[in-house]
Structure formats: C-alpha cells, structure tokens
Write a protein that binds this ligand. Structure first.
Ligand code: ADQ
Length: 720
C-alpha cells in the first residue's frame, strides 16, 4: 500500500524531560495541526525533529524510540550546535526575515549557518531515503527544508515528491540578494509539485526560475532537467468545525461574557499573535495610539487586548522586539490610562484553544495586521469562531489570507492613519453590515478547511504529469564511457559543437574562450581522428579562437567550412531576405535593453540572455509575428536556441553538413556531441549506430548523456 511520507522540521509531538521524567507532548502551531489529520487518516509516516533530547539517558532514549515508532514517526536528532546554526541561524535568522521582506533583519554573515543548513537537510533526506518504498509519496514542508526535494531527487529519481511553503515566497528582486538563492531554487525544483498559499507567491517562484536560473518563463509548470515541475496555490485552511464547536461550548460563552463584563461596555478589540516582528504588533500599537489621539471617543470606548505568545527567543531580533512592544504598551497606557483602566492590555503567554475560542467570541473587533504573512490562521480562526455572524475583522492586505477574506476591512499595515481609520470604522460598524460580511467570510473559511487543503494537494501530487518526459535514472542510462571504450581503437569521425558542449555557456559569446587544456585535447584527438567543430558562430569568431588547430571548422551551422585553411561556402545561398530581417531585428534590439544582435555572413542571431524575462517573452512573440508577415518569409527559417533566436537561409542547418560528412567518411565510427536544438539536427541526420551525446539535460534524440561540459571533456580526454 503506498504511503505518504510527511517531512517537516517539527513533529506533531515534542519531547521534553520534566524533573527527570520523559514527556511526549502534542506540539502546537499551524503546521502540526494541519498535518495531524493527514497522519491520523491514512497510511503515513512522519519524519522530523522531536526536540532537544540531549538530557535523556539511555533508558529514556530507548523508551522514546519505542513511543515514536508506535506513532509512525521517524525522528531526525539534531545536536545543539546544529539547531543553533540550521534552525536559529539560517532558517530563522536569514530565510524567515528575507521571505517577509525585512532585509535589514537578515543576519549579516551566514556562510557557516548555511553549511550546517545543507548538512541538516541532507540528514533529513537520508532519513526519508531509509524509509521510502516504491510507490510512496513524499510531502516536504516549509523553509527549513528547501534543499530536501533536490537531494531526494538525485537519490530517488522515480519518487513522487511534493513541497509546500507555509511562508511567503518573496519577489525575485528580494530573493536575488541571497547568496544561496540558486541552491534554494534548485532544491525546490527537485519536487514534482511545489505549493504556495497564494497565486502571487507561485508567480514569484516561476519568475525567479526564469530570472535567476534562466529557465523558460512559465506560469504553472516549468521544465527543469528532464522533468516537469508543477507549481501553484493551495491556500491552507483551519479545522473550522472544531473552532466553531469550541466557541459554541457553554464554557466559552461564559468566559466571553466575563470578558465583556470586565470591559464594562467598551468595545473589545483583540490581537493574537506569536510575538514575531513580522506580525506588525508595534505598528498596530502606533495605529491605536493615533486613534486615541485623533478620535477622543476612543479614549473611553476602546479596550484592546494583545495576546502574544513568546517565540524564538534565542534569536536576537526577537528579544529586541519584545522590549519594543512592552515599551509601546507602557507609553500608550501612561498617556491614555486612568487610575482604574488602561486602554491596552498585553498578555504575554500562550493560551489553550478553548480559551482562545472564548476570546475570539468576545472580540467585537479583531486586528490581524502583519507586515507580511504567508497565510495567517488567526484571521480564519476568528471567523470560524463567530457562529453568531457578528464581529469585524481588520486584516492586513499583506497577509496571504487577504486573497480569500476580501469581506474583511483590508488595510495596509504600514499606513498608520489608514489602520487607525479602519479600527474606528470597525468600532462603529452597524450590526447588519457586520452580519453580511461575516456570513460570507464564514462560508468561505468552512469550505476551504484544512482537510480539503491537504486532500487537494495530495490528489494533485498523485495526478499524472501534464507532459511526461521519459524518466530514466542516471544508473539506467547506457554508459557513455563503455560505448566510447568500444570504439576507441577505430578511426573516428568526431562532430563537436562548441558553446555549451566544449566550453560552458557564458553571458556574452565573446567571453566563451577556449582554455589551453581544450586546445591540447583537440590537438591530441586530431592526431588519430577526423575532428570537425560544428558551430553556429561566425567564421571570424571561431577562427580567431581555434584557427591554429589542425581540425576542420564549420561556421554558421555549416554554411561555411574550413578544412584546408581556406573558408569555402557550402553552396550558393539566397540572402535576399536579409535587409528586411536585419532592419526588423535591429529595431527590436534597440528597444530591448541588455539584448544583442549578432550579424554573421548569412545568419542573424538575436541574443536575449540578460533581458527581463517577461519583456523577452513579449518581444519574442512580437518578433515571430512580424517575421511571418514579411513578404520574404518563405526564404528564411527561424530557430530557437538557448536564450537566442536565429534567422538563417532556408535548409541551412547542421544536419545537412553532418549527413554529408558521414557519407564521405569510412571506415570507422561516428561520434557527435552537442547541447541544444541545433545539435539535435546532427543527431537526427546521422546513422542510428552513431554515438550521439547530449550534453546536459533536455529532450533529445541522442543515445547518450554527458552531465555537463566537464563530463564530456573527461570522456574525450580518455579517448585522446
Ligand atoms: P505562523 O507564523 O505561526 O504560521 P499563524 O498562521 O497565524 O502564524 O498561526 C499561528 C497559530 O498560533 C494559530 O493557530 C494561533 O491560534 C496560535 N496562537 C497564536 N497566539 C497564540 C496564543 N497566545 N496562545 C495560543 N495559541 C496562539 C506559519 C506562517 C503563516 C501560515 C501558517 C500555516 O507564518 O503565514 O498561515 O504557517 O501555513
């Protein structure tokens, strides 16, 4: 029976030792309660960190292991230094503030923290691999484990892997400040399905893969290596029924009545948050101060309670934040309090869900004003608790929840006047309007509850890929080394592409120079074999780089060949289309910053590697459209390369040259290597027994793969 392997930093339980006694307790928090249902319902296993067990003795450890096994939990134990670097340092000191757009709070020098983060992610991946059986689905959670999908993909190429991010995925302009951004994106791309709370986060992710990794721009699926990675939004919900039941219970009613009595006719306004700097408590307090200052009736009508759970207190920024909040509360109460009453009450502790539901039930106005928040479950809990359809939710438009809860009063938490005005409006809202808004909100929160969230994600994870590529694990592919060894004794016809095959792709073609070792390699190969370099570059460019070597050069995809020292054109080509196309490309190129037009003897290439990805997409579609409308459109062909588009004479491609060379070559074996679509035409033109090699991933007709330039060169060096 296929299982779901849940993987998260925290487990649904956390372990403590109280006065020498082992205590395994249900852990709180949105993620744990969201996944608890999945774990309870079906066949599943949960991999995660059970908390600090350093104080357990051997007997207690054995007892713990037994209890965890009974709960279908596979623990990943972490040492104190690991927790300090991976969890406090990198996860909470770097990724958390970065994803919430608070760049000033990001730790300044986190290189060592990242090294430990990588190491711990590897340990999680090891733990999953040890448990995985064919057919199992893996569901990895949150920013502490960004690298896990990529690590798993390398070891379990055929596994179904899902990832869900509980915090915002930032704009790519923010992400690009992170030195480890590529590792994080590639880690996520190891998954089959990547989930976010909102479409905006999903968009940012897709955009970042295009802007920072150079992948094709995409909206809900991206091709990476030889796979399709789907992504999108699955907004998380809460256990709405449970909250409603808690709030309907007679004891909640009694507590709510007591709170109202204590408020003595004032409007009960409530805030409930982990005391995290992203939750916007200081700005919320400033908005309240502004309201008290501007609207005097508030001084006798407002009763604000801020419930704040202590959190992550080992991270410096949190300790500072806590004293900032306390100072603000003191200042406001000092200014606006009386001998018997204070307008603001700070409760710095955690309360039970039962008590929380009673507080929600008592609150006339709920303030949820984070500076950024992935979703925010408090807003949904408040709505679910208001079975009486009363109460007003003031919600930050920068919380993911704002996408779904549009009937709340939406505010920009950075706009103090705006928030103050919204609180006033909420305090004065007529009952009919409260009811109309709350009814709609409640229906939506109930429909999208946490069970349906998990179920929809897991169903989508199990769904077949929209455009499946054959999945062959590295181990299952025929070995290039063995195939080359078989033919090494014969004379070979070697057809080699240059950029991306013999040298890595670089930002500017002019910088893709051959290194000394490559020249030695080509010279050595030429001593025993017939070596042809087949490139899209111009004659001048390839000759300047490799002209001194005793090998044949073919420029512009075979339109020009230099076999004995002089360049010979392949055949007379029709260039009557050039002026019109060149004018059009010139125009588009001038309008597109960071693009470049390369003008060769016959071909024209427009390079757009550095262009803003959406602009590049728009310009390409404009270009294609306008090319097709030229009267000369039947005299040239258009070929998409790597971040470049090439216009060239009809029928002039590497395949024509390859089949000509293959026909005149005998006896011996043929070896061809290339990395992009233009090289696929070589592979297609050669006889089936030829050793065709694709460098890098991608759909290909080649029989063999080399991982990258270095991989291919290592094999060729062996041959030489
Ligand atoms: P959090 O940042 O933890 O979650 P949130 O979604 O608001 O934020 O969840 C907080 C939870 O803690 C709620 O269930 C709330 O009831 C509880 N809580 C808060 N204060 C409490 C108190 N004083 N006593 C008891 N309980 C208290 C992260 C992301 C969110 C995302 C969730 C789920 O940051 O954006 O919504 O994961 O994906």
């Amino acid at each position: 029976m296929p299982r779901t392997i849940l993987v998260s930093n925290r487990l649904p339980v956390s372990v403590q030792v109280e006065r020498g006694v082992l205590d395994v307790r249900a852990s709180s928090g949105g993620l744990a309660s969201a996944l608890r249902g999945v774990h309870a319902d079906g066949e599943s296993l949960w991999v995660g960190w059970p908390g600090d067990v350093s104080r357990l003795d051997d007997r207690q450890r054995a007892a713990l292991a037994q209890r965890l096994t009974a709960m279908r939990i596979a623990p990943v134990y972490l040492t104190a230094p690991e927790i300090s670097r991976y969890y406090d340092g990198f996860s909470n000191g770097v990724l958390w503030p970065l994803c919430h757009y608070l760049l000033d709070t990001v730790r300044v020098d986190a290189g060592r923290d990242f090294a430990t983060y990588e190491e711990v992610n590897r340990r999680f991946a090891d733990a999953v691999c040890a448990e995985w059986r064919p057919g199992d689905r893996i569901w990895v959670h949150d920013y502490q484990l960004f690298l896990v999908p990529g690590l798993l993909r390398r070891r379990l190429p055929d596994a179904r892997i899902g990832f869900f991010l509980h915090i915002p995925f930032p704009s790519s302009e923010i992400l690009r400040t992170l030195p480890w951004r590529d590792a994080i994106l590639r880690g996520l791309l190891g998954a089959d399905l990547v989930g976010f709370h909102t479409d905006t986060y999903a968009f940012h992710f897709g955009y970042a893969t295009a802007q920072l990794l150079g992948l094709e721009p995409c909206t809900d699926a991206v091709r990476y290596e030889d796979r399709v990675v789907r992504f999108g939004s699955w907004p998380i919900g809460i256990d709405a029924e449970h909250y409603e039941a808690l709030a309907r219970a007679p004891e909640a009613e009694a507590t709510a009545a007591r709170i109202r009595q204590e408020a003595a006719g004032r409007t009960v306004v409530l805030g409930v948050d982990r005391l995290d700097y992203t939750k916007g408590v200081p700005r919320r307090l400033l908005a309240i101060e502004r309201l008290l200052e501007r609207w005097p009736p508030a001084r006798t009508r407002l009763h604000f309670t801020q419930l704040a759970v202590p959190t992550r207190e080992r991270v410096d920024a949190y300790a500072r934040h806590r004293s900032e909040v306390q100072e603000l509360v003191g200042r406001i109460d000092g200014q606006y309090g009386t001998a018997t009453r204070a307008p603001v009450h700070l409760m710095h502790r955690s309360v039970s869900p039962r008590e929380l539901a009673a507080l929600y039930r008592a609150a006339d106005v709920m303030l949820v004003t984070p500076l950024r928040d992935g979703m925010n479950l408090v807003a949904k809990e408040y709505v679910a608790s208001r079975w009486d359809d009363r109460g007003v939710l003031v919600l930050s438009e920068l919380a993911g929840a704002a996408d779904e809860l549009a009937e709340a009063i939406l505010v920009n938490p950075y706009d103090l006047d705006g928030v103050a005005a919204a609180i006033q409006r909420a305090m004065q809202m007529p009952a009919e309007e409260q009811e109309a808004r709350m009814r709609l909100l409640r229906a939506r929160v109930r429909r999208g509850d946490v069970r349906s969230w998990a179920q929809r994600f897991l169903e989508d994870l199990a769904a077949p890929d929209p455009d499946p590529a054959p999945r062959t694990s590295a181990a299952a592919r025929p070995s290039l080394a063995a195939a080359l060894a078989d033919v090494a004794a014969q004379r070979l016809l070697l057809l080699l592409d240059y950029d991306g095959t013999l040298v890595p792709i670089v930002a500017q073609p002019a910088l893709g120079l051959p290194d000394a070792r490559l020249k030695v390699l080509l010279r050595a190969l030429a001593e025993r074999h017939e070596v042809h370099l087949v490139t899209g570059r111009s004659r001048g460019s390839i000759e300047a780089m490799l002209g001194e070597l005793p090998i044949a050069l073919h420029a512009e995809h075979g339109l020009w060949s230099r076999e004995g020292g002089v360049w010979v054109p392949e055949a007379a080509v029709d260039l009557s289309w050039r002026p019109a196309v060149e004018a059009l490309l010139g125009q588009i190129s001038r309008r597109t910053q960071a693009s470049m037009l390369e003008i060769k003897d016959a071909c024209l290439t427009w390079h757009y590697r550095g262009v803003e990805p959406q602009l590049a997409r728009a310009r390409l579609s404009e270009l294609r459209h306008r090319l097709m409308r030229l009267p000369e459109h039947d005299r040239f062909e258009v070929l998409a390369g790597r971040k470049a588009i090439e216009i060239r004479p009809l029928g002039a491609h590497k395949g024509t040259l390859a089949s000509k060379l293959a026909t005149r070559f005998a006896p011996g074996a043929i070896v061809a290597a290339g990395d992009d679509t233009t090289d696929e035409q070589i592979f297609a033109a050669l006889p089936p027994e030829a050793l065709t090699i694709r460098v890098g991933e991608g759909r290909t007709a080649a029989r063999f793969h080399a991982e990258d330039v270095l991989g291919l060169r290592t094999e060729l060096e062996r041959l030489a």
